[in-house]
Design a protein around this ligand. Structure first.
Ligand SMILES: C[S@@+](CC[C@H](N)C(=O)[O-])C[C@H]1O[C@@H](n2cnc3c(N)ncnc32)[C@H](O)[C@@H]1O
Length: 258
């Protein structure tokens, strides 16, 4: 959020927001999906069941995939051509469009829901809120989701503080709510347990797709990934074979006022 995210400089914000395409295939392979119940809770915020759904900041299609499984018609909007290419390869039933939250390439009131996975914090809300309100029909729902590590698992808190880089900043889903806008009702929030099967090797692949490490100087990135692997190799819970990475999915939802 250029205009309202505290603690991140505009230049770093822009670099991190645009960093994912360079590792699009790794992103598709190693980032977690979203629990069906979290997506369903988001959609249930609409005044009637959504049929036409926009996945905004769609990346390689993690949200789109879950939406397709729920039986809705999905349009994916994403600024990065390499990310969108991965999505189009994996999900032929989804309509892929290049665009941004600040300039959505859709007609007025053309969708019943806008779902945003791990991308809302990149939007310039002064422009994105009016754009989302324009493409969403009255009574339609906006649902913003984040997957984040459940740090009540001791080793994970230690691991995350170890991999913080000079490019790390505060994480938006710590917030109790999201900034309000006159076009939308107050946000509701819910959290869902989630997990991702990982090995020491594949968890290192996952963190290598985090934007702070994508934009970190090469020597720092390499040192962090090495330290991560060494930690996982000596930590009893992760040293051998597959383990479940404990995640929490946080969902904020709001309805467009009539
Ligand atoms: C962390 S990825 C999330 C991708 C996908 N939604 C997911 O849940 O896996 C963030 C995505 O937001 C996109 N993005 C960055 N700035 C954006 C903007 N202003 N409008 C729309 N998407 C944006 C990036 O290109 C990237 O694909």
């Amino acid at each position: 959020m250029n205009s309202s995210t505290p603690g991140i400089e505009p230049e770093l914000h822009a670099r991190r927001a645009a960093s994912f395409g360079a590792k699009a295939a790794a992103y598709a392979a190693h980032r977690p999906d979203y629990p069906e119940k979290a997506l369903a809770w988001g959609l249930a915020g609409a005044n009637r069941p959504p049929e036409r759904v926009l996945d905004l900041g769609a990346g390689t299609g993690k949200v789109s995939e879950g939406l397709v499984a729920l039986g809705v018609t999905v349009t994916a909007v994403e600024p990065d051509a390499q990310m969108l290419e991965e999505l189009a390869k994996a999900l032929p039933s989804v309509t892929p469009l290049i665009g941004t939250a600040e300039r959505i390439p859709l007609a007025d009131e053309s969708v019943d829901a806008v779902v945003i996975g791990q991308a809302f914090h990149w939007f310039d809300l002064d422009l994105a809120y009016p754009e989302i309100a324009r493409v969403l029909r009255p009574g339609g729902v906006v649902a913003a989701l984040w997957n984040h590590d459940d740090e009540s698992t001791g080793w994970l808190a230690e691991f995350n503080s170890l991999i913080k880089s000079s490019m790390s900043r505060r994480w938006l889903s710590d917030y109790e709510s999201l900034p309000e806008h006159e076009a939308f009702e107050p946000f509701e929030k819910e959290t869902f347990d989630h997990k991702q099967p990982r090995t020491a090797e594949s968890l290192v692949e996952t963190i290598a797709t985090h934007s702070h490490l994508l934009v970190a100087p090469e020597a720092e990135r390499a040192a962090k990934l090495r330290a991560a692997r060494e930690f996982l190799d000596r930590n009893p819970e992760t040293a051998s074979g597959e383990f479940d990475l404990p995640l929490t999915t946080t969902v904020f939802r709001t309805r467009r006022r009539s």
